[in-house]
Design a protein around this ligand. Structure first.
Ligand code: FES
Ligand SMILES: [Fe+2]
Length: 408
C-alpha cells in the first residue's frame, strides 16, 4: 500500500458538560447483574458527539464497505464518514485505495454514488485526478501555476486502510493497532462463511433516521427485544436460543452473539427459510443459527446460512444517522438466473424487521431526550450491551486522559 495521509481533528476542550458525563460512566461498565445504561447525554449531546469523533472515530478502524462492491480496476463507491466524503476504489495496480472525495481546488465533491472510471473530473471547474489521486488536469490555470506546481499541494490524499473479511476500513489518526489482531475470535467464529471471497449487491442508503449511532448497534446486537418488537417473525430464532461470550479486553474489536434457529437453514424471510443455496462450507451448527456482530464503531453484520447482511452506520450528528445496507453472497449465488427475483423476496423479509426496529429506535431516542430518561438495569439477554459500554468507555477515558495530560 502506498503512503497515506494522517489528518486528525483539533482537540475539544474538556468542558464542565463533558466532565459531568465522564464522571458518571463507571456505573455502565460493571458486571451485567448491576450495570446500568450510559447517561442519556452520551446519546443526545452534540458536544459529546464532537468528543466522540476524537475519542472513537479518529483513533479506530471505521468501515466503509466491502471489496465485493469494487471487483474491477476503476470501480469505486462514495461514502461520507462524519464530515469527510470519501472515495473507495480499485486502483490501477488492483489494490483497494481510499481517498478524499474533496476536490483540492475549491472543495466540490468528486464521484457519484458508485461507478467505474479511470479519471475523476470535478464538475465545478474541470480539475481531474487519476486513480492514485494524482492531479492530471487543471484547465485555465497555466497563467498562475503549472500542473507540476499544483501537484505539490493539490493531489487527493490517500488514507490509511485495511481489510478484514473483505470489509474495507480506514483509520484516520494512523495509530490504531492492526485491525485483524482485535477480531480474532469473531474471525474464527465466521470463518466458514468466507466473507472475503463473496460478491456484494449494490448498497442502499436510508437517511434521516432520528436516533444515535450507538443505539443502532445496541438494538441490532441485543436479542432481548426480539421477543417483544419482532414477536411473530423472529420466533424461528427465539431469544432464548441466544448465547453470549465473555468479554476479552485483548480481542475487543467486536461485540457479538449467535442466536440459534428452531430448525436448519432458517432465514429472515417471509417463509422463515433461507431462499438461496446454503453456503457449502458451513457446519450443521452454523446452518442453524445467525451470528450477529457489531464491529465497533460502525459495522454490523448478520451471517445467515445463505449469505450475510451488513449495516454501516453513518452518523449525521448525535441525533441522526444514515444507514447503508448491503448483502454479501457467494459468486455462484449472485450468478443464479433467478437471483434478482429471489433477492427481492430476501429484501422484503428484512424490511419487516427493519420497520419494527425503526419504530423502536425512534421511540427510544425520543425517550432519551427527555429529562426523565433513567439509567436502567440490564436483563440477562442484554449481555452484549455492557460489552459495548466497556468498549466505548475505555476509549472515552483514554481520550479524556490524553486531553488532561496535554493541558497539565
Ligand atoms: S472545485 Fe473542483 S475544479 Fe474547482
Ligand atoms: Fe431488531
Amino acid at each position: 500500500m502506498s503512503d497515506y495521509t494522517v489528518k486528525t481533528l483539533p482537540d475539544v476542550e474538556l468542558t464542565d458538560h463533558l466532565r459531568s458525563i465522564l464522571d458518571r460512566l463507571d456505573a455502565s461498565t460493571a458486571d451485567i447483574e448491576t450495570c446500568v445504561t450510559l447517561p442519556r447525554e452520551v446519546y443526545t449531546s452534540e458536544a459529546w458527539f464532537e468528543f466522540e469523533k476524537r475519542a472513537v472515530w479518529d483513533p479506530e478502524w471505521v468501515c466503509l464497505g466491502h471489496i465485493g462492491q469494487i471487483p474491477e480496476v476503476g470501480d469505486y463507491f462514495s461514502i461520507t464518514i462524519n464530515d469527510d466524503p470519501l472515495l473507495v476504489l480499485r486502483d490501477e495496480t488492483g489494490e483497494v485505495r481510499v481517498m478524499t472525495a474533496v476536490c483540492q481546488h475549491r472543495g466540490h465533491i468528486l464521484g457519484e454514488h458508485a461507478g467505474n472510471t479511470k479519471i475523476f473530473t470535478c464538475p465545478h471547474h474541470g480539475w481531474s485526478y487519476d486513480l492514485s489521486g494524482t492531479l492530471i488536469g487543471a484547465p485555465q490555470m497555466q497563467a498562475h501555476a503549472s500542473l507540476e506546481e499544483l501537484r505539490q499541494t493539490s493531489c487527493l490524499p490517500t488514507l490509511r486502510s485495511d481489510i478484514w473479511n473483505g470489509f474495507v476500513f480506514i483509520n484516520m489518526d494512523g495509530k490504531a493497532p492492526p485491525l485483524n489482531s482485535r477480531l480474532e475470535r469473531l474471525t474464527e467464529e465466521i470463518a466458514n462463511h468466507h466473507l472475503g471471497d463473496m460478491g456484494a449487491t449494490p448498497t442502499c442508503d436510508f437517511s434521516g433516521y432520528p436516533w444515535n449511532w450507538k443505539s443502532m448497534q445496541e438494538n441490532a446486537v441485543e436479542p432481548h427485544h426480539t421477543w417483544f418488537v419482532h414477536k411473530g417473525p423472529h420466533d424461528f430464532a427465539p431469544s432464548r436460543l441466544a448465547t453470549f461470550v465473555e468479554w476479552d479486553e485483548d480481542d475487543d474489536g467486536a461485540v457479538y452473539h449467535p442466536t440459534g434457529f428452531l430448525y436448519r437453514d432458517g432465514g429472515f424471510t417471509a417463509g422463515f427459510q433461507s431462499l438461496f443455496p446454503i453456503i457449502e462450507t458451513l457446519t450443521d451448527n452454523e446452518r442453524q443459527r445467525v451470528m450477529f456482530a457489531s464491529i465497533m464503531p460502525n459495522l454490523f453484520i448478520g451471517t445467515v446460512p445463505d449469505g450475510c447482511l451488513y449495516y454501516m452506520i453513518l452518523p449525521d450528528g448525535a441525533n441522526s444517522l444514515t444507514l447503508r445496507v448491503g448483502y454479501l453472497f457467494p459468486h455462484s449465488t449472485l450468478a443464479l438466473d433467478n437471483f434478482d427475483v429471489t433477492f427481492k423476496a430476501v429484501v422484503d423479509g428484512i424490511v419487516i424487521y427493519n420497520d419494527q426496529d425503526t419504530e423502536a429506535n425512534t421511540a427510544v431516542h425520543k425517550g432519551l431526550r427527555s429529562r426523565f430518561a433513567n439509567r436502567g438495569r440490564y436483563a440477562p439477554l442484554e449481555g452484549t450491551l455492557p460489552q459495548i459500554n466497556r468498549w466505548l468507555v475505555k476509549r472515552y477515558k483514554a481520550y479524556a486522559a490524553q486531553l488532561d495530560a496535554g493541558s497539565s
